[in-house]
Ligand binder design. Structure first.
Ligand SMILES: C[S@@+](CC[C@H](N)C(=O)[O-])C[C@H]1O[C@@H](n2cnc3c(N)ncnc32)[C@H](O)[C@@H]1O
Length: 324
């Protein structure tokens, strides 16, 4: 169980007494009552109960007295959430809970220009605060962008590669030829790799997924702005769970290996283990990984010819061709 639930359990009486809107809870918990709602950018949470776990662009329930926000680790995402709160539920009581490891101790300083922040509790290496807005939130910028190859890459806060090209992505891009046919990418982030894939061959088609709603929204904007959205399907999906089953010519990924504060290899391992079934015979899987990550071991045994294409700046690029 995520440690933040343990500190919140000490406040069960207050939480049981009101209708609570949970913002970005890490998973389900008995504190979330049947009548409560959650807003989540995480597709894995959303798909378990879409009537209760709403996407960030859904209308927030009108009768909410109490909000509990799980302190986001990703840079800029706290302010993004607070702007949503200001727009949708300005009068509600706002609690923010987080782990010391995730930086919750810096909350009072971060909100001090516009809000009062009182500590309600601390335990289990977590802190719980009540935040009361006293001044208007500084006009913030939801969208970030950078230029890459004469295109603008757009990103919402906390999305991977939000203001510069990642080194791993750059090393992978250095090895990728123009890929033709049906392409599938796992983990699109702000869409820089998606854009590069569509830019290479003007006839190909890309399906690209991300578990993070802010990432798929960012990629959609990046591809629309580049005039490439008609050759792409951007899907909010945990791994390939929302992707209609079909076989692809190429699978491509700069694979995810952490969620929030912790490393988490499972989504990538699932993808690598299943890749044989998503590829046409002779199709190939392209990926980049840190020196210390070995996904080859997860590929279906004997089903691929694997080649290391590059080893630069701490990253390795591989191509695995599915045997007949
Ligand atoms: C290393 S980043 C790569 C982003 C982009 N392709 C690039 O190279 O700049 C990995 C991406 O995978 C996404 N991700 C993490 N877990 C996932 C999952 N279970 N299913 C789909 N995407 C996931 C993350 O949100 C992140 O955007």
């Amino acid at each position: 169980m995520h440690p933040c639930w343990q500190i919140l359990e000490r406040h069960r009486d207050s939480l049981d007494a009101t209708s609570v809107l949970w913002l970005d809870p890490p998973q389900s918990h008995s504190l979330i009552k049947t009548g409560d709602h959650c807003i989540t950018p995480n597709r894995a949470n959303h798909r378990q109960n879409p009537a209760q776990w709403l996407a960030p662009d859904a209308d927030w329930p009108a009768t909410v007295d109490h909000l509990v926000l799980f302190y986001p680790k990703a840079k800029g995402r706290l302010e993004w959430w607070l702007r949503q709160v200001q727009q949708q539920a300005a009068g509600a009581t706002l609690w923010i809970v987080g782990e010391n490891l995730g930086g919750i101790k810096s909350l009072p300083k971060r909100v001090s220009p516009w809000a009062r922040c009182d500590k309600l509790d601390s335990a289990r290496h977590c802190g719980l605060f009540e935040v009361r807005q006293e001044n208007a939130l500084p006009a913030g910028q939801d969208w970030l962008s950078f230029n890459w190859n004469d295109h603008t890459i757009h990103a919402l806060p906390g999305v991977f590669s939000q203001n510069r090209l990642d080194t791993g992505t750059a090393v992978l891009l250095g090895q990728l030829p123009a890929l033709s046919g049906e392409l599938l990418e796992l983990g699109c982030g702000s869409g820089v790799l998606s854009l590069a894939l569509l830019n290479g061959d003007q006839q190909n088609h890309l399906t690209t997924v991300d578990i993070d709603w802010l990432a798929t929204t960012s990629t959609q904007r990046t591809l629309t702005d580049a005039g490439m959205a008609d050759r792409a399907e951007v899907i909010w999906s945990d791994g390939l769970s929302e992707v209609p089953v079909q076989r692809y010519d190429h699978l491509i990924t700069n694979p995810p290996f952490h969620t929030g504060i912790r490393t988490h290899y499972e989504p990538s391992e699932r993808f690598f283990a299943a890749s044989h079934d998503w590829l046409k015979p002779g199709g190939s899987l392209w990926w980049v990984a840190n020196d210390f990550l070995d996904y080859q071991a997860v590929l279906q045994k004997g089903a691929f010819e694997v080649q290391q294409l590059a080893h630069e700046r701490g990253f390795r690029v591989y191509r695995a061709v599915r045997k007949g």
